[in-house]
Design a protein around this ligand. Structure first.
Ligand code: SF4
Ligand code: SF4
Length: 459
């Protein structure tokens, strides 16, 4: 086998850059006024994949959460803790603070390759490092808040802080906590606090890709927790411990898979430099334990990964179908408790009506005027709308209750013994866009029995 210097660390930095740019830009991107993701409590709406949903349509959220959890299960089974090292904000912020600010910028730490050593002294630089990170954490926390308070509102609110103390409180407390976490808690968060670290091991199997020390090549260093040798009597490991000093969680990967390992692969890079000088590949590989033991390629497609993929595809299709079938207005109909109302008019005729409460909501991004029509299902006979008499306007996202009175224009039933329940269809729409903004709802119209009608008529 030929030696090769790996540079996963550089690849991770590039990935961090892409994630940071995406996370910063996405809240500002709007299509038809909708965001990629926005859960706004102010506007009572959820924007998902540039489609807007009102809070009444939050039945989508379970699908989003199921999709999220399934993705985590799938990715963890396939590639172990790839999230931890390549995308987790905790790791990204630790790299920014420790490797960029402390080491490269302020030279408090002497070497990125030695993450074990703490450097005493120079209090001024240490405080400066914390202050620089606090400014960054304010930006990062604001960035997170933009997924709940859209940037167009966020910056307006900041101009009027007295009226938005809650937002400011969240911003300052969260950024302070982030700074405390990154500066003081450090990788202990990954080891002792993060729930993902605790559950991921049950999702692993022998084919899961992870960071593995090749004991067959390198030689046995540990017997369980007991360190037997600094350098094994047989094997290619030269005992330089470059893999140990570079480890941000302060572990020795030659001891086997550990909960503390965030899969950053810095040990693999470090060993690849050492072994390359001896024309051998790194003793620490990003592969599966099965592959190390058998020498076979990693088996990516296996029952568990394929099963997760299938279920994920089903959830994704369901979500996509629901977003494309989304209604651009909402309408809930409740009948009043009164069965019907009979009015005798001056000319002696009867006016038979039923009352309802319609709850309209404009879920579109602009104002519309709404109205509706009501039809008896079997006869296609139109019911007259006594109230409201004309269309009404709703601003974007606005809800409004309307008392609705529908009147029968002719004799709809002729039953002597009991009231007749007629099924009706309500078609509500926006006057300016009937084709795209309309909904159909079903309800009932109760028509009184003939004996009551005759009694009212005085027959
Ligand atoms: S860097 Fe490689 S050679 Fe050096 S101690 Fe670690 S595993 Fe052994
Ligand atoms: S053991 Fe290696 S991969 Fe795991 S955290 Fe330490 S340096 Fe990163």
């Amino acid at each position: 086998m030929q030696g090769k210097i790996t540079n996963y660390t550089k690849q991770r930095y590039i990935t961090y850059g892409v994630i940071a740019v995406l996370a910063l830009i996405l809240p500002f991107v709007r299509i038809n006024g909708n965001h990629f993701f926005l859960l706004s409590f102010d506007h009572k709406k959820l924007d998902l994949l540039f489609v807007s949903f009102s809070t009444q349509e939050l039945f989508l959220m379970p699908f989003v959460l199921i999709g999220l959890f399934l993705t985590i299960f799938f990715v963890t089974t396939l590639a172990g803790r790839i999230w931890c090292a390549w995308a987790c904000p905790q790791t990204i912020f630790r790299v920014i603070y420790r490797d960029l600010i402390q080491t490269k910028l302020l030279k408090i730490r002497k070497n990125i390759k030695d993450k074990q050593k703490e450097y005493p002294g120079n209090m001024f630089k240490k405080i400066l490092a914390v202050l620089i990170f606090y400014v960054l954490s304010l930006i990062a926390t604001s960035n997170l808040l933009w997924y709940f308070v859209p940037p167009e509102d966020f910056f307006l609110y900041l101009q009027n802080p007295a009226e938005h103390l809650l937002l400011l409180g969240i911003l300052f407390c969260a950024s302070l906590f982030l700074t405390f976490d990154v500066v003081y808690i450090q990788e202990r968060f990954c080891v002792y606090v993060c729930p993902y670290a605790r559950i991921q091991s049950v999702m692993f199997d022998h084919d899961t890709v992870q960071v593995v020390y090749d004991e067959k090549r390198g030689g046995v260093i540990f017997d369980g927790k007991t360190k037997l040798h600094k350098k094994p009597p047989q094997g290619e490991c030269i005992g330089c411990e470059a893999c140990v000093t570079v480890c941000p969680t302060h572990i020795d990967i030659r001891q086997g898979m550990q909960l503390d390992c965030i899969n950053c692969l810095e040990c693999a890079d470090a060993c690849s430099v050492v072994q390359n000088k001896l024309n051998r590949p790194s003793l620490i590989q990003w592969t599966s334990s099965q592959s190390i033991n058998t020498g076979r390629k990693v088996k990516y497609f296996r029952f568990r990964t394929v099963a997760y993929l299938v279920v994920l595809a089903v959830v994704f299709i369901a979500l996509l179908t629901m977003t494309t079938k989304k209604e651009n207005m909402l309408l809930n109909i409740n009948r009043s408790t009164e069965l019907y109302n009979i009015n005798k008019k001056i000319d002696g005729s009867l006016e038979i009506s039923n009352s309802y409460v319609f709850l309209f909501q404009n879920t579109d991004n602009k104002a519309h005027e709404y109205y509706f029509e009501a039809t008896v299902k079997d006869s296609n006979e139109k019911l007259e709308i006594l109230r409201p008499k004309k269309a009404f306007k709703l601003e974007a996202g606005e809800q409004a209750k309307q008392i609705v009175v529908l009147k029968a224009n002719s004799e709809l039933a002729n039953d002597d013994s009991k009231d007749t329940i007629l099924h009706i269809t309500i078609k509500a729409y926006a006057n300016d866009d009937k084709e795209n903004i309309s909904v159909l709802r079903e309800s009932i119209f109760v028509y009184p029995k003939q004996t009551i009608i005759k009694e009212k008529l005085g027959e």
